[in-house]
Design a protein around this ligand. Structure first.
Ligand code: PLP
Length: 360
C-alpha cells in the first residue's frame, strides 16, 4: 500500500517491530528510563528547555489539554483560522467557555503576521493566541516565526500552537521564537502509530495554568508533571507507542534535525513538481506550501473522488480528499515521515495512469 494521507503515516518496519514488544510494568524502572529518554529527545526535537508532557491521546487531546490548562471560562482569546484545524482549536476553546474572537483567512492563504500584530494591539487584554502551524486541510505552512514575533512584540498572551502535522517537517524553535505551548502527535512526522500526544509548556503557560479555572481531570498538567517526576504517568500509558517513539526519536536525532527538515522540504518539492507535470494546480498560496502535505486542484474535468476511489481500489494508493468546504474539490498528498522519492514517483505514475479514465 502507498499510504499518501497526511497521517497516520506508514511506520517503518523497525519501529513497527518494537511496537510489538511485550508489555512492561508502567510503574517500574524500565518504563521510567524509557519515558525519561523520550522526553529528553523530544526536548531536542522541540528545540526547547521547557517542560515536555506526554498524554495517551491523539493530537486533539493534546490541543484540548492546552486549552483547559491555561484558560478560564470567559477569557478573551484570539484564534487565527485558515482552515479546518484552525477551526477545531477555536471550537475547543469555545466549548470550554473562552470568549473566542476568530480572525479568519481564506482557505489556502497564509496567516498574515501584520494582522496578528494589529489584532493584538486592538485587544490588549487577550489571554491566549491560537495558531495552527501547518494547516493540514489546505496544505499551508503558516509563517510561524513571524507570527510568534508579532505576538511577543505586542502581547503577554500565551501562544498556543497546533504543531500536530508540522513538527519535524520544518524548523520550529520553541524557545528562540517564544512559543508557549506546542502540540504534536505520534502518528504524524514522528512516524509512529497513533496514541501519544506530546506538548511543550513554557514558564508563561505554567503561570497561566496556576490560575486557570477550566475544569479538567485526565489532561491536568500539574498532575501529569508530578507523575512524570516519579518516572510514571497518572494513568495507563500507550506503552506500545512509547516503544515506537523511543526508537523513532533515536533515529531522528541520529539523522539530525536539520537533515530531517531538509528531507521533508525535498520530498515536498518533488511532490509539487510531479503534480504540476500532470496538470494539477496548487490549491493554496505556494509561498507557504507545506512540507507535510500538498493540496491540489485536479486538471479541468477530473472527478477527484472517482480518482481517489480507483487509486484505492485498483492500485492500493490512498490519497487524501478535501475536508469541510474543500470536500470533492481538491486532493491532498501526504509526505510527512520517512517518505521515499520512489513512493512519490509511484504515486504520480498511478495518478497519471488513472487521469485518462476519470477525465470527462
Ligand atoms: N491538528 C492538525 C493540524 C492535524 O493535522 C490533525 C490531524 O490530522 C489534528 C490537529 C488532529 O489530530 P488527531 O487526529 O491526532 O486528534
Amino acid at each position: 500500500m502507498n499510504l499518501r494521507i497526511p497521517g497516520p503515516v506508514t511506520v517503518p518496519d523497525d519501529i513497527l517491530n518494537v511496537a510489538g514488544n511485550q508489555m512492561i510494568d508502567h510503574r517500574g524502572p524500565q518504563f521510567a528510563a524509557m519515558q525519561r529518554r523520550i522526553i529528553n529527545n523530544l526536548n531536542a526535537c522541540f528545540q526547547t528547555k521547557n517542560d515536555v508532557l506526554l498524554f495517551t491521546a491523539s493530537g486533539t487531546g493534546g490541543l484540548e489539554s492546552a486549552i483547559v490548562n491555561t484558560l478560564s471560562p470567559g477569557d478573551p482569546v484570539l484564534a487565527f483560522v485558515a482552515g479546518e484545524f484552525g477551526e477545531r482549536i477555536a471550537r475547543i476553546a469555545q466549548t470550554y467557555g473562552a470568549n473566542v474572537n476568530k480572525i479568519k483567512f481564506e482557505n489556502g492563504q497564509g496567516i498574515d503576521p501584520d494582522r496578528v500584530a494589529q489584532e493584538l494591539k486592538n485587544a490588549p487584554q487577550t489571554k491566549a493566541v491560537l495558531v495552527t502551524h501547518n494547516e493540514t486541510s489546505t496544505g499551508i505552512m503558516h509563517p510561524l516565526q513571524a507570527i510568534a514575533n508579532a505576538v511577543r512584540a505586542n502581547s503577554d498572551a500565551v501562544l498556543i500552537v497546533d504543531g500536530v502535522s508540522s513538527m519535524l517537517t520544518a524548523d520550529a524553535q520553541i524557545d528562540a521564537w517564544g512559543i508557549d505551548v506546542m502540540v504534536s502527535a505520534s502518528q504524524k512526522a514522528w512516524a509512529c502509530p497513533p496514541g501519544v500526544a506530546m506538548l511543550s509548556v513554557s514558564e508563561r503557560a505554567w503561570k497561566m495554568h496556576a490560575n486557570a479555572k477550566t475544569p479538567r481531570f485526565y489532561f491536568d498538567w500539574t498532575e501529569t508533571k508530578s507523575w512524570l517526576e516519579k518516572g510514571q504517568t497518572p494513568f495507563t500509558p500507550a506503552v506500545s507507542v512509547y516503544y515506537a517513539l523511543d526508537l523513532a526519536l533515536e533515529k531522528i536525532l541520529a539523522e539530525g534535525l536539520q537533515n530531517v527538515f531538509a528531507r521533508h522540504a525535498r520530498i515536498a518539492a518533488l511532490t509539487r513538481e510531479q503534480a504540476k507535470s500532470l496538470g494539477f494546480r496548487m490549491f493554496g498560496d505556494e509561498r507557504y506550501a507545506s512540507n507535510a502535505v500538498t493540496a491540489l486542484y485536479a486538471p479541468d474535468g477530473v472527478d477527484t473522488e472517482a480518482l481517489r476511489k480507483i487509486a484505492r481500489e485498483e492500485y492500493d494508493l490512498i490519497i487524501g480528499g478535501g475536508q469541510g468546504p474543500m470536500r470533492g474539490k481538491i486532493i491532498r498528498i501526504g509526505h510527512l515521515g520517512w517518505v521515499s522519492e520512489a513512493e512519490i514517483h509511484d504515486c504520480f505514475a498511478v495518478i497519471g495512469h488513472i487521469l485518462e479514465k476519470v477525465t470527462a
